[in-house]
Write a protein that binds this ligand. Structure first.
Ligand SMILES: [Fe+2]
Length: 190
């Protein structure tokens, strides 16, 4: 049975609901409510990001379903490494990808749990960069190196790519305080 605190994290607020397969996994694994809330915040930003980017640049190739599933599960390894919910650490990354694979999630969707912290690695795909970007912008963080890499995928003049991204990211970052408050309101443990 889902704990009432996790249920609240997965249903409260006007943040968009997680894709059902992701929410189901979090319930099955009895995820910490704080993690559920974090994944809702990042998924909501990824939703807006892919929506706006898709409308402004319909020629751009990315897999919205994969990005949204990735955003909704990227930190799932923190179920196994709970300390990384409140302190930096990378142990949750590989652990998260393995956990998803064990639960039958296809590799192309499980990969985001392992890749979201490695946006500066060579040859990272746009889908992975979008999950990493959502994982920064949800709290208002702007990372030039990451944004430049996303801009590189947009093609055209760098200043043009910068304008498209900056405009979009500024308006998304504006909702950061509300999302931070939502996440902080949900406990790490129940
Ligand atoms: Fe995250």
């Amino acid at each position: 049975m889902t704990s009432p605190a996790l249920h609240r994290a997965l249903t409260e607020s006007n943040l968009r609901p997680l894709p059902e397969p992701a929410a189901e996994l979090l319930r099955a694994l009895d995820a910490p409510p704080r993690l559920g809330a974090h994944l809702r915040a990042v998924h909501d930003v990824a939703w807006s990001l892919t929506d706006v980017l898709g409308r402004r640049r319909p020629d751009l190739e990315f897999d919205t379903t994969a990005v949204l599933f990735g955003a909704a599960t990227h930190d799932i390894g923190k179920i196994l490494h709970v300390a990384e919910l409140s302190a930096p650490g990378h142990r949750h990354e590989e652990a998260g990808r393995d956990l998803l694979l064990r639960y039958g999630v296809p590799a192309h969707l499980a990969r985001f749990a392992g890749s979201h912290g490695s946006w500066d690695a060579p040859e990272v795909a746009l889908d992975d960069l979008l999950v990493s970007l959502a994982d920064k912008v949800w709290k208002g963080a702007r990372i030039t190196g990451l944004e430049d890499r996303v801009g590189g995928h947009l093609g055209g003049a760098p200043w043009e790519a910068f304008l498209v991204l900056d405009d979009m990211l500024q308006s998304l970052a504006a909702g950061a305080d509300e999302r931070l408050a939502f996440q902080a309101a949900h406990p790490v443990t129940v």
